[in-house]
Design a protein around this ligand. Structure first.
Ligand code: SF4
Length: 292
């Protein structure tokens, strides 16, 4: 059996380390790169550098539904203690979603959606993967990324890529790797999937260790499965290196450009709205005498 820990050189909680202290551990997680370069760098600074307390948003219940579904799928795949399906579903619902449900009718609808999503995901996994090779939540690490490309040549030699793959199948006879990232969503996000750094970083981790990778997004939408295979051409890796170099520059210089024009910059989606835009808008109008 593949010893993923020694092969990929990752710590089992590498994901959280990379997220919480990128500057302390010199590890870049894919979501760090996408937050800094694609979403809102200010939000990253509030959350991970300044540790500003988060305010609950209207969409948090949906995000937690995704987390609960991921956790339930992982526990069912690695279910050595044979906990019954219903119990795994209920435990994760109670721990991660229930506390955020404010309306019982909405709660009932979300609970049905969560149950059918997990069942659809498990059935898809059983059809697609040989259980002998399947790994879930598999940590990886690519050390010394300055060696990967001229684009990264100038970065501090300690920087590494790190993370954890939702689902991966490594066939050591054929030296192939099938990597899958599952998303539990309300609707498909085809373009967002394509532009994420996830596919290139995870595929790179497999290629770095000698495997020929393929990468799939699998969106689970209200019990339906939508597959999306990502084309891993060399330009995709160059784009990852470019974004990683920009992210490192931001982290090391402590200068974070604001990317405020997107859907994410609203009270509905951003936990830091009141510390950021809402606050400034209020102060601005007070200072300028608007309305007086
Ligand atoms: S309110 Fe907008 S600019 Fe401020 S942190 Fe949130 S997403 Fe970024």
């Amino acid at each position: 059996m593949l010893d993923t820990k020694s092969l990929l050189g990752a710590s089992l909680d590498g994901k959280s380390e990379a997220w919480d202290n990128p500057l302390d551990v010199y590890e870049l997680h894919q979501s760090t790169i996408d937050s800094l370069t694609n979403l809102c760098a200010k939000r990253f600074e509030f959350e991970h550098i300044l540790n500003v307390p988060k305010v609950r948003t209207a969409t948090e219940v949906r995000m937690n539904l995704g987390k609960a579904a991921h956790k339930a799928v992982e526990e069912l795949i690695n279910n050595d203690s044979k906990i019954p399906l219903g119990e795994v579903l209920q435990n994760n619902w109670n721990a991660l979603v229930e506390p955020y449900v404010e309306n019982s009718i909405v709660g009932e609808r979300l609970s049905d959606e969560y149950n059918s999503d997990v069942l659809a995901a498990i059935s898809w996994i059983h059809n697609e993967f040989d259980p002998r090779f399947l790994r879930s939540e598999m940590p990886f690490k690519i050390p010394e990324i300055w060696q990967l490309s001229d684009i990264l040549k100038g970065v501090d030699k300690r920087w590494a890529f790190a993370g954890s793959m939702d689902l991966a199948s490594f066939d050591e006879d054929k030296m192939t790797a099938k990597i899958v990232d599952m998303k539990f969503r309300e609707k498909q996000q085809y373009e967002r999937n394509k532009s994420s750094s996830q596919s290139s970083m995870y595929a790179l981790a497999a290629a770095y260790h000698g495997f020929e990778p393929e990468f799939w997004y699998v969106d689970i939408i209200k019990g339906n499965v939508v597959e999306q295979k990502i084309d891993l051409n060399p330009k995709k890796y160059d784009w990852l290196y470019t974004k990683a170099a920009a992210s490192i520059l931001m982290l090391e210089s402590n200068i974070y450009p604001l990317n405020t024009g997107g859907w994410w910059c609203s009270a509905r989606w951003c936990s830091f709205w009141n510390s950021c835009r809402g606050k400034y808008e209020q102060d601005d109008s007070a200072d300028s005498g608007i309305g007086s």
